[in-house]
Write a protein that binds this ligand. Structure first.
Ligand code: ADP
Ligand code: ASP
Ligand code: MG
Length: 384
């Protein structure tokens, strides 16, 4: 059966000219199976990092409009090269920037949200059997200025295009075989998951599994667009993220762990009253926001006439996530026991209905992830 697919490819999948040829073959193969494809691309390899470093070398806090104008250029290179590579395979293809298509966002430079996607142009091209090759990560605001969607934002472009086109599936091609029980680069026993629900993937992404940008999962969940994560380096059917009623789920599905410099949200908040009747208030923020947070607190603290401020950037957050945690008791104590057995101190704790996160010392992250993976037996498929 003919399908309409969006295929998004990440930076590692496009690291050099050779990889662009491999990806062009994957797209050509999908077309030869009779499907229609719209392609969304990230920048090649570490191009976005290079552009960010370049900006910072000119100005420590670059003007945000110009920052977006700069860092969005990586994607433009990828799409033009891909259209050429597809042309070489006798396929009709055209590259498009977000501006050319009218991918509208709000005005938040550097972390804009998509508000509207025009698809008339895309549908016209698809109907003429032209493969549209679209820049991920970027949009335009009301003023017509270029915006970017935050790191990993091409995933969100992929989903937004899939939703707007009412595609059958949004395929996210990356450098691992799909979504694993934890980052396979940290835990050798990590197991590939065949299927993950939206709520579990939301927790995994929001606690640090960068395989999918959180916003992409939110968008897909809102519009019920199935996502398939798969590898551009090997064969396989990957992981499907979709909603299924009454799924039989293992208690814990995954563990995620960003280190502080990879970004921790303001979600871990602890307050306690000390013996001398002062209040300690502790919370986490993204490393990149640490100095501005400190400044704000300094100002507030002075106006309130109180206390001192300490910043600790040597922390990591490790989370266990699983839908089956609902109505199951004892998960937290099992987690804390496992960490205690490995002499890992818990600095802070936060929970949601299907997640428990602990903040620990940064250099214990790998030890903690592996210990918890063993404790919850995630290397075994207990589904069946
Ligand atoms: P891309 O360049 O394709 O967008 P990313 O680097 O953004 O790829 O995301 C893929 C990476 O996500 C993997 O290489 C892996 O190290 C990491 N990752 C973290 N947690 C997970 C997980 N639970 N499952 C799979 N990959 C994960
Ligand atoms: N190129 C952008 C980044 O590196 C967007 C993406 O890869 O999804 O963050
Ligand atoms: Mg990514």
């Amino acid at each position: 059966m003919e399908k309409l697919l969006v295929q998004k490819f990440g930076g590692t999948s496009l690291a050099d000219a050779g990889r662009i040829e491999v990806v062009a073959d994957i797209i050509a193969n999908t077309i030869s199976e009779g499907h229609k494809v719209a392609v969304v691309l990230s920048a090649m390899g570490e191009e976005t990092d290079r552009l960010i470093d370049l900006a910072k070398s000119i100005h420590a806090e670059p003007n945000l409009r110009e920052y977006d104008a700069l860092v969005s250029t990586g994607e433009q290179i990828s799409v033009a090269l891909m259209a050429m590579a597809l042309g070489k395979r006798n396929l009709k293809a055209k590259s498009y920037t977000a501006y050319q298509l009218g991918i509208k966002t709000n005005k938040m430079h550097g972390r804009a949200r998509i508000v509207d996607v025009k698809v008339e142009k895309l549908i016209k091209q698809l109907n003429k059997n032209v493969i549209p090759v679209i820049t991920g990560f970027q949009g335009m605001n009301e003023e017509g200025d270029i915006t970017t969607l935050g790191r990993g934002g091409s995933d969100t472009t992929g989903v937004a295009i899939a939703v707007a086109l009412q595609a059958d599936e949004c395929q996210i091609y990356t450098d691992v075989d799909g979504v694993f029980t934890t980052d396979p680069r940290i835990c050798p026993k990590a197991r590939l998951l065949e299927q993950v629900s939206f709520d579990e993937m939301l927790e995994l992404s929001s606690t640090g599994a960068k395989v999918l940008q959180l916003r992409a999962v939110e968008y897909a969940s809102k519009y019920d667009m199935p996502i398939r994560v798969l590898s551009s380096f090997s064969e396989g059917t990957g992981t499907v993220i979709e909603e299924k009623e009454d799924m039989e789920r293992p208690v814990i599905s995954g563990i995620s762990s960003p280190v502080s410099d990879a970004g921790i949200d303001v979600d871990v908040i602890v307050q306690n009253i000390s013996a001398d009747n002062t209040t300690d208030f502790t919370f986490t923020v993204d490393q990149s926001d640490a100095s501005s947070a400190e400044q704000i607190l300094q100002d507030t603290s002075e106006s309130l006439g109180g206390g001192s401020i300490e910043v600790d950037d040597d922390i990591a957050k490790v989370s266990v996530v699983g839908r089956g945690m609902r109505g199951q008791s004892g998960i937290a104590s099992k987690m804390f026991q496992a960490l205690a057995d490995h002499e890992i101190n818990i600095l802070m704790i936060t929970t949601s209905e299907i997640k428990i996160s602990v903040v620990i010392q940064k250099d214990l992250r790998e030890k903690a992830v592996n210990a918890l993976h063993d404790t919850f037996q995630l290397d075994k498929n207990l589904d069946t």
